[in-house]
Design a protein around this ligand. Structure first.
Ligand SMILES: C[S@@+](CC[C@H](N)C(=O)[O-])C[C@H]1O[C@@H](n2cnc3c(N)ncnc32)[C@H](O)[C@@H]1O
Length: 327
């Protein structure tokens, strides 16, 4: 299946900045006009739920995986996207996002499918940033927000996070992609060639299952839109707060900014940090770093600091949000 990267295209040319500025000015006006202080988003309709993985033994059967080796980060196994797409029709998909995104040749259908089945470019930027800056995860509680394939959260797990929660808009993404990817990364002994029904391979299968279960006890999985997700977490028995929130390519739609900001506001621990990776502008959808920066500034809750700019085609950025200090 050929996906159209419908807001991912575009190289900055001399004409585009004018169009971008006009689009941003209009959106900024709309954002100012709408009451974003209390109501949350005007869009986002998907109920949230927590997924409790059960009977994980067969999830990885007949899957094809790849390995990402990036700098000095621990290798990450993940499902091959093309195989996931090509075999999608063999499985029922309650949300019907696979056939809809295929039919519309689109990576994103606002309010229906928010793009989690593919790995977006800025995920690699944030992973590179984590590696270059030796971001510390040991003992931290981490949220991979808008996780898609979950590579950020998996890296946090492998680097010693004590707990990692994965959130995606779509149930299908959590069940078909995020969860299998976590299971793929539970077995450190990837070099073993022992396959078959010997006592040794049975013992290894048992050990792998133990490792998967141990890893899963550190994870929680949520689907649904950010407003509902936040409510679910706030209503839950645990007063959850995250030391680190990792999020990549999640500020493309300005209509979601109030809900996104509210998640940061309510769920970031007092000394916590949000690392956000983004393109400077999302053509066709309209969001981007400048508008988000303005939104954050208007809210007056967080300081936003640009940590890294990646040139080449459309500019990309890694930024951090931290609580404003009173001084
Ligand atoms: C473009 S995808 C990026 C996926 C992944 N972070 C990556 O970089 O590969 C955007 C993600 O943000 C999440 N998302 C976007 N809008 C959302 C909303 N209003 N509520 C909940 N999740 C949302 C979706 O889960 C989706 O997977």
């Amino acid at each position: 299946m050929e996906f159209t990267f419908n807001f991912d295209v575009g190289v900055e040319t001399s004409d585009e900045p004018v169009a971008v500025l006009k689009e941003q000015a209009q959106i900024k006006q709309d954002l100012t006009d709408s009451d974003t202080t209390t109501d949350g988003p005007k869009v986002g309709v998907k109920e949230a739920r927590e997924h409790h993985p059960e009977n994980v033994t067969h999830i990885l059967e007949n899957t094809v995986c790849e390995t990402l080796n990036l700098g000095t980060l621990p290798p990450i196994q993940y499902l091959n996207e093309t195989v996931v797409e090509k075999t999608a029709s063999e499985h029922a998909d309650d949300e019907d996002i696979l056939s809809q995104s295929t039919a519309l040749h689109s990576d994103l259908i606002s309010g229906v499918y928010e793009g989690g089945l593919k790995i977006w470019e800025c995920t690699y930027d944030l992973l590179t940033f984590i590696d270059d800056n030796r971001v510390a995860f040991a003992g931290k509680r981490v949220l991979d927000l808008g996780c898609g394939a979950g590579l950020l959260g998996i890296t946090a797990l492998k680097m010693g996070a004590c707990e990692v929660h994965f959130q995606d808009y779509n149930d299908t993404v959590i069940e078909r992609l995020t969860l299998p990817n976590i299971l793929l990364n539970c077995d450190d002994d990837t070099d073993s060639e022992d396959e078959g029904s010997s006592p040794l391979s049975k013992r290894r299968a048992g050990e792998q299952q133990q490792q998967q279960l141990a890893m899963l006890t550190k994870c929680r999985f949520f689907s649904g839109d950010w407003t509902c997700f936040l409510q679910l977490v706030l209503d839950s028995e645990l007063q959850l707060q995250y030391d680190l929130i990792l999020t990549s390519e999640t500020i493309y739609n300005t209509a979601y900014y109030p809900a996104l900001h509210e998640v940061f506001h309510k769920l970031l621990a007092p000394n916590g940090l949000v690392y956000l990776a983004t393109k400077s502008h999302y053509f066709g959808v309209g969001g981007g770093l400048l508008l988000f920066q303005d939104f954050v500034q208007q809210k007056g809750v967080f300081d936003l600091k640009c940590l890294k700019k990646i040139e080449g085609g459309l500019q990309r950025h890694v930024v951090a949000l931290k609580w404003k200090t009173s001084d």
